[in-house]
Design a protein around this ligand. Structure first.
Ligand code: NAP
Length: 494
């Protein structure tokens, strides 16, 4: 590898930005970020539906090295988060390293030259010594496999591709899905729509959150009083770990969470037993994402809102038809049906050693050492890869840990004068077994969710606490890796 390895990062969201800052700070000067969007931000650029906000408090859902004291509320809205990302990228000078409008469709390893060739859908190509795939888990909208989806005669769109030209005022709107996104956009849509039909497949556990702007004295204290900001971050970190504890121990601590949620939901639904019965979750607290909203249940109680729990059988030109034969007429259908989480970076084609594809390597489910490295794919690194999602904490804690771990791997390559680095298959397999083992007895195993693949294996979530992931990634152990010698390296084909 030359003095300055060429490092390509795919994705200019929170992960890609963290990696670029970390590498730049440690003397890696040849770093470029490619992104398919027309600007940075990743999920926070695409998800601009009404009410879009983070459901993790901003003091924790922000980089530890770029803390802000001017968040306007506990959980910031999308535009504030996007502005923060832009500000941080500018402040650290990594915005200059970004190329937009690049839909990467393939990464392929050339053993002779020990380099990656990265190709884009429009035919452009890049050569790199290392590739960091920071495309996240939640970026390919998923549409439900409902027959006749294309037959709907009105306007239809996904929450992650919001049609801002579509005026919802006074119209008949149907929303399919009741996950974290729908829970945020349904309350404002309910205020605009003439009639709103919400189709729920599974109920959720809710916790209270109004998320109003900070009252002036609180905003002042956070801004001016030394230590308040840092205390809030520490507090929220431990709060997140407590939520994870509830999920890890559903028969003990988890019952407290369930009790808190039950009291809150019963209070919000008092006097409406029929609605309560319809939307009540019948699975272990914490198995799916616990949703923090004080607005959702009141929205469902509005006179212009109807909750339908009958399964959708097919889509007709007039609207969704449920199994009881009723056609729910609508002018607009909004899919709040989540993302293709099992796909990770696919449909991008990634080809490693001996021409083996990542799809083949993951035939039995996605797996990567600490969610970052895969045997057979030298100097390829994932951010927010398999088993690194969090249900209790902040993904930014994980992304920072991953950025530092990747930097250590690349520093080792540089120090040893090697061509590339590859995790040992036995190390990765043992770590994967340990991760899967740790899910036993947790709430995550007790229902179907986007955390699992078709075989039931949990592929997205980290099974433990933020602090455990930070400890596991803190110091890269060179014994876990093989270094590919640079001696036999041939120049890359032109
Ligand atoms: P989601 O949580 O996967 O929710 C999808 C919803 O669509 C679920 O209610 C699901 O029902 C329903 N659904 C899926 N297929 C369906 C079908 N064939 N028929 C009827 N309903 C169907 O997706 P999301 O709400 O977009 O959230 C995804 C993740 O993004 C969240 O878990 C969270 O990690 C992240 N997110 C974060 C924030 C934030 O504030 N930070 C905000 C939004 C999203 P079932 O429950 O029955 O599967």
């Amino acid at each position: 590898m030359s003095e300055q390895p060429r490092i390509l990062i795919i994705g200019a969201g929170f992960g890609g930005i963290a990696a670029a800052i970390e590498l730049q700070a440690h003397g890696f000067a040849d770093v470029e970020i490619l992104d398919r969007g027309d600007g940075l931000g990743g999920t926070w650029r695409f998800n601009d539906y009404p009410g879009a906000a983070c459901d993790v408090p901003s003091h924790l859902y922000s980089y530890s090295f770029a803390q802000r004291r001017d968040w306007t509320r506990l959980c910031s809205p999308q535009d504030e988060i996007l502005a923060y990302q832009e500000e941080v990228a500018r402040e650290f000078g990594v915005d200059r390293r970004m190329t937009f409008g690049v839909e990467v469709d393939g990464c392929s390893w050339d053993a002779a030259s020990a380099t990656w060739t990265v190709t884009a859908a429009d035919g452009r190509r890049w050569e790199a010594d290392a590739v960091i795939v920071a495309t996240g888990q939640l970026h390919r909208p998923a549409f439900p496999p409902i027959p006749g989806l294309e037959d709907f005669a009105g306007t239809a769109f996904h929450s992650a591709e919001w049609d801002h030209a579509c005026d919802l005022r006074g119209r008949r709107v149907a929303v399919i899905g009741t996950g974290a996104s729908a829970v945020q956009f349904v309350p404002p849509v309910a205020e605009e729509a003439g009639h709103l039909t919400v189709f729920q497949r599974t109920g959720n556990w809710f916790m209270p959150r109004r998320n109003r702007s900070y009252p002036a004295p609180v905003a002042w204290a956070i801004r001016r009083v030394p230590g308040v900001q840092a205390f809030r971050r520490r507090f929220m970190y431990h709060y997140g770990e407590t939520l994870t504890m509830m999920i890890r121990h559903p028969r003990t601590v988890g019952l407290l969470g369930r009790l808190r949620s039950t009291l809150f939901m019963r209070w919000q639904l008092r006097g409406d037993d029929a609605l309560r019965r319809k939307l009540w979750p019948h699975y272990t607290f914490g198995c799916k994402r616990v949703l923090f909203s004080s607005m959702w249940l009141p929205a469902l109680r509005r006179p212009n809102v109807e909750l339908v729990t009958e399964r959708i059988e097919r889509m007709t030109p007039a609207g969704p038809q449920t199994q009881d034969g009723v056609v729910h007429e609508a002018d607009v259908v909004i899919y709040g049906t989540g993302f293709k989480t099992a796909d990770f970076m696919f449909p991008m084609e990634i080809t490693g050693e001996r021409g083996a594809s990542l799809r083949e390597a993951w035939a039995d489910g996605p797996h990567a050492h600490l969610g970052i490295t895969v045997p057979g794919f030298p100097s390829l690194f994932l951010m927010y890869g398999p088993n690194t999602n969090t249900s209790g904490g902040s993904i930014l804690v994980y992304l920072e840990a991953q950025a530092a771990y990747i930097r250590q791997a690349l520093a080792l390559v540089r120090e040893r004068g090697a061509a590339a680095i590859e995790v040992r298959p036995d190390v990765e397999a043992a770590a994967d077994r340990a991760v899967q083992q740790r899910f036993q007895g947790t709430a995550w195993t007790r229902c179907d969710s986007w955390y699992r693949d078709e075989s039931g294996r949990i592929i997205t979530n980290w099974p433990g606490y933020m602090r455990e992931y930070e400890a596991a990634t803190h110091a890269l152990d060179p014994a876990d890796f093989e270094l590919l010698p640079a001696a036999d390296r041939e120049p890359a084909a032109a």
